[in-house]
Design a protein around this ligand. Structure first.
Ligand code: HSE
Length: 350
């Protein structure tokens, strides 16, 4: 049995809890994953802990109805109001799902939560980009030293396996270059501009669909893609690339004329994040709008969909495309990390 503590309980965290409930039987039968949510701690929604496990339906109802988990019914073992750190360190959870609202520039509070969990010999799965883009090596070492699991599939392209697929299934290849459409908002805007919308109109639509952040600067200036480039370099190419060394240019100065002119020539503008190994072995990263031919593998990727192209020495180019964001899609990224945690645990005990 895996005891889960949810640190942060927004849309993605709630989606994971719903999936675990809906698929409880098949997760147990097919993957041996049996879990209980024992604690939730959220800065805005409060905290509740029951060492025997919380009733998930009641928990979700409290959040939906009251916007708080502290209206959860009292009981002999129910404790309310614990801090996130106490929830990580003092509960009987062995798996910390870290989905807090984190400042990606500092990686906090997620980095501290990961460290405190590892020091308490607890595993972590997270969708926060900050810890991986800023402190991957240190956190990975700490997890290994403490013999615990660290999963972060959702940090690049939500549940689309942009990290685990190359790491596991393409293992044995040397990946020389990775390039991709790593931000859904900007790809959506560029696609809509091809259909005749202005940049402003397309951005407003992306915001109304919830693709873009409330402050869309991170998306349109390429910063979100830049963090993802740093994660790809650090995790898949074993290169200590600092996100600040990834050159970045967004799409905010692109006009409908630029987009339409390219289209007239059978070309497309795409915001492409790239990681490339140089002849001297070093790795460089960039994010910038690029005009690609209509036949380019990334040209046909439209709307908010993401795609990533791995150039491999043995297999050649491999293209992976799928969702890059979304509540359920990112919730799934946490689930697949939990399934792999369970697989590793099974191997260790067999
Ligand atoms: N705002 C991001 C995007 C979400 O548009 O792709 C995922 O980081």
């Amino acid at each position: 049995m895996t005891n889960i503590a949810m640190i942060g309980f927004g849309g993605v965290g709630q989606a994971l809890v719903e999936i675990l409930e809906e698929k409880r039987e098949s997760l147990s039968n097919q993957h041996g994953l049996e879990s209980k949510v024992v604690a939730v701690a959220d800065l805005m929604k409060g905290a509740v802990y029951d060492k025997n496990g919380l009733d998930v339906q009641t928990l979700l109802e409290c959040v939906r109805k009251d916007g708080s988990v502290e209206t959860y019914p009292d009981g002999p073992d129910v404790v309310k109001g614990m801090s996130s750190i106490d929830t990580i360190e003092q509960t009987n959870a062995d798996m910390i799902v870290e989905v807090t609202f984190t400042d990606v520039k500092t990686g906090e509070p997620a980095i501290t939560h990961c460290k405190r969990a590892f020091a308490s010999r607890k595993s972590v799965v997270t969708t926060n980009k900050g810890p991986i883009a800023l402190a991957y090596k240190e956190l990975d070492e700490m997890a290994r030293e403490n013999g615990v699991f660290f999963g972060f599939e959702g940090t690049v392209m939500s549940g689309t396996p942009a990290l685990r697929m190359p790491e596991e299934t393409l293992a044995g290849n040397e990946i020389t270059r990775i390039s991709g459409i790593l931000n859904g908002t900007t790809n959506y805007i560029l696609t809509e501009m091809e259909k005749g919308k202005s940049y402003k109109e397309a951005l407003e639509q992306a915001q109304s669909y919830g693709y873009a952040e409330a402050d869309p600067t991170n998306d349109v200036e390429g910063y979100d893609a830049r963090y993802k480039v740093a994660i790809l370099a650090n995790y898949l190419m074993d290169a200590p690339l600092d996100y600040r060394d990834v050159t970045v240019k967004g799409i905010s100065d692109m006009t409908i004329e630029d987009v339409q002119e390219a289209l007239g020539n059978g070309q497309k503008w795409k915001l492409i994040g790239k990681v490339e190994r140089q002849e001297d072995g070093s790795v460089i990263g960039s994010v910038k709008p690029e005009k690609v031919e209509g036949t380019h593998p990334l040209a046909g990727v439209t709307g908010a969909t993401n795609a990533i192209l791995y150039e491999c020495d043995l297999l050649g180019p491999v293209l992976l495309t799928g969702a890059g964001a979304g509540r359920k899609e990112t919730g799934f990224s946490l689930l697949i990390d939990l399934i792999h945690y369970q697989k590793e645990r099974k191997l260790q005990t067999s």
